[in-house]
Design a protein. Structure first.
Length: 307
C-alpha cells in the first residue's frame, strides 16, 4: 500500500508512454520533399541523419518506459529520470531538426531556380540487330546460246589454169580440144575416148568450128572458118542430112563431141581397136587411114588438159 500511495503522491502513471507530436516534424517532412525534388542524394543523407537523431531521442524516452520496479521509491526515481530524459531527448531532437532546416534553407538558396531533380536517364532501347537479308540467290546465267556455226566458206573456185597450147596448136584450137575432153568427162568415158575424138577433129576440121558454104544457116552461129564438103559442119564435119542433128546444135563444140561419143560407144570393142579403125567406124570417111597420123599429137593435148 505504501508503494501505491507513493506512486499516487508522485503522480506516477504506469500507462504506456505515447510520443508527442512535434509541430516541426510536419514542416520537416515538407522540407524533405522539397529537398528530394532539388537533390535526391542530399535529401537521402539528411533523411538518414534525421532518422538517427530521432531514433536516439526516442530511445531515451523508450528507456524510461522499462518494466516497473516493485519498489515505489525506485519507480518514482525511474519516472523522474524518464521525464528528464524525455525532455532532454526532445530538446536534442528539436536542435537537430533546426539544423536540418537551416541546411535545407541553404541548399534551397544555392539551388538554381526552376531546377528539377535529375531524372535517371532511361536505358537506351537497344535497337534490334538488323537482320541481314539473305543474299539473293543469283540466277544462273542463261547458257549462252551457241553461236551459229560459221557458214563454211564456199570452196574457192580453183583458179582456172592458164590454157597453154601444146602440140603446135593455137589458143582457139586448144579451147575446142578442151570442150571435147570435158564432154567425155561428163559421160564418164576413159581417156582413150578423148584421144580418139581429138585426133578425129584434127583430121576433119583442124580443131576449128567450121560453117558450111552449102548451108547458109550455119553462118548464123559462131564459126571459126568455113568448109565446102557437102553439108558437113562443126568440129567433126557432121552432116545434118545424115541424122547427126540440127545445124544450130552441131555448131556447138560440146554438143558435136557428145554426138561423136554416142556413136563411138556403140562400136563393139572400140577400146581395143587401133585409133584409125575406131574413128573410121564412126565417121565412115573416104580416107580411113588419115586419122592415124594425129594420134601422138592428140595424146599430148589430152595429157595437157588432164593435168
Amino acid at each position: 500500500m505504501r508503494g501505491n500511495e507513493a506512486h499516487e503522491q508522485c503522480g506516477t502513471d504506469h500507462s504506456p508512454v505515447v510520443a508527442r507530436q512535434n509541430p516541426r516534424t510536419e514542416s520537416v517532412k515538407a522540407l524533405m520533399a522539397r529537398l528530394r525534388a532539388v537533390d535526391p542524394r542530399r535529401a537521402l543523407a539528411l533523411t538518414g541523419l534525421a532518422g538517427v537523431l530521432g531514433a536516439a531521442a526516442l530511445g531515451g524516452v523508450a528507456a524510461g518506459a522499462g518494466n516497473p520496479e516493485p519498489d515505489p521509491a525506485a519507480t518514482t526515481a525511474v519516472a523522474l529520470r524518464a521525464e528528464v530524459g524525455r525532455g532532454t531527448a526532445e530538446k536534442s531532437a528539436t536542435r537537430s531538426f533546426d539544423r536540418i532546416e537551416r541546411m535545407a534553407a541553404d541548399i534551397a538558396r544555392l539551388a538554381p531556380k526552376g531546377a528539377v531533380a535529375p531524372q535517371a536517364k532511361p536505358k537506351a532501347v537497344t535497337e534490334p540487330k538488323t537482320v541481314t537479308k539473305p543474299k539473293a540467290v543469283t540466277k544462273p546465267k542463261a547458257a549462252a546460246e551457241p553461236k551459229a556455226a560459221a557458214k563454211p566458206r564456199a570452196a574457192a573456185k580453183p583458179k582456172q589454169a592458164v590454157l597453154m597450147p601444146v602440140a603446135g596448136l593455137d589458143l582457139t584450137q586448144m579451147r575446142n580440144a578442151q570442150a571435147i575432153v570435158q564432154a567425155a568427162k561428163d559421160m564418164q568415158l576413159p581417156e582413150r575416148a578423148m584421144v580418139l575424138a581429138v585426133a578425129c577433129s584434127m583430121q576433119e576440121s583442124n580443131l576449128y568450128n567450121l560453117a558450111s558454104t552449102v548451108l547458109p544457116e550455119s553462118f548464123q552461129y559462131t564459126d571459126q572458118g568455113q568448109g565446102s564438103d557437102h553439108d558437113s559442119v562443126g568440129l567433126f564435119q557432121q552432116r545434118p542430112s545424115s541424122g547427126w542433128g540440127a545445124v544450130r546444135d552441131l555448131m556447138q563444140p560440146k554438143y558435136a563431141a557428145t554426138q561423136f561419143y554416142n556413136a563411138l560407144v556403140n562400136v563393139y570393142g572400140w577400146q581395143n581397136m587401133a585409133l584409125t579403125d575406131a574413128v573410121q567406124a564412126v565417121q565412115v570417111s573416104a580416107f580411113p587411114y588419115a586419122y592415124a597420123q594425129h594420134e601422138w599429137r592428140a595424146q599430148q593435148v589430152v595429157d595437157a588438159l588432164n593435168r
